[in-house]
Design a protein around this ligand. Structure first.
Ligand code: E4P
Length: 218
């Protein structure tokens, strides 16, 4: 499973990328607003930090403007993935950009039917939002499982399932169990994945015993 960081905070992204475990980044207009910085600058900076796909979302809702925005975003760096919403105009834009060889992430996917359309439009990624479905009392992970199972029926299908709106480590584990190709994870959740109290306690005990030996490796 690939791990993307769901953030527009370049300091956080830089820090996490140093682990060598970050395969890409996703942003959205809310995350850009939170950064308080110019959108194009942020995307260019993130693309220089992370070699993998960096999702940058269009702001228009009509096909022509989305296409122009998408082309501009794609011109920022070779690893930009243009993000479009799952609307008829968004999918039309996805098809046009994909036909031109631009990677497209179709966002705001909330049903398996929508995911089928995104794949048909040539999306490189489809982003089902698990957490937002959980928020309204639905089962977000059931949707991820469903899309993964449906996509697996077709050998020629090239769209990766990108589990989005991830709220905690359990979501990541469940998405991996379902076979999602990617999870986009908020920085705090990615940090949580490293942690286990028994790891901390075990390390403390080992280090205490090592100190008693009076030895050093270097
Ligand atoms: C994905 O690309 C989105 O940016 C993100 O996962 C949305 O998550 P949220 O529901 O926590 O805003």
């Amino acid at each position: 499973m690939k791990f993307f960081v769901d953030s527009a905070d370049t300091a956080e992204i830089r820090d996490l990328a140093a682990t060598g475990l970050v395969d890409g980044v996703t942003t959205n207009p809310s995350l850009i607003a939170k950064s308080g910085r110019p959108f194009l600058d942020v995307i260019a900076e993130i693309c220089a930090i992370v070699g993998g796909p960096v999702s940058a979302e269009v702001a228009a809702t009509d096909h022509e403007t989305m296409l122009a925005e998408g082309r501009k975003l794609a011109g920022l760096a070779s690893n930009v993935a243009v993000k479009v919403p799952l609307t008829p105009d968004g999918l039309r834009t996805c098809k046009a950009l994909s036909d031109d060889g631009v990677a497209v992430n179709v966002t705001l996917c909330f049903s398996a039917g929508q995911a089928l359309l995104a794949a048909k439009a040539g999306a490189a990624f489809v982003s089902p939002f698990a957490g937002r479905l959980d928020d309204i009392g639905h089962d977000g992970m059931a949707l991820i499982r469903d899309i993964c199972a449906i996509y697996a029926n077709y050998d020629d299908l090239r769209t990766s399932v990108l589990a989005a709106s991830v709220r905690g480590p359990a979501h990541v584990i469940e998405a991996a169990r379902a076979g999602a190709h990617v999870a986009t994870v908020p920085p705090g959740v990615l940090r949580q994945l490293f942690r286990h109290p028994l790891t901390d306690a075990g390390l403390e005990a080992f280090l205490a015993d090592w100190r008693k030996t009076g030895q050093s490796i270097l």
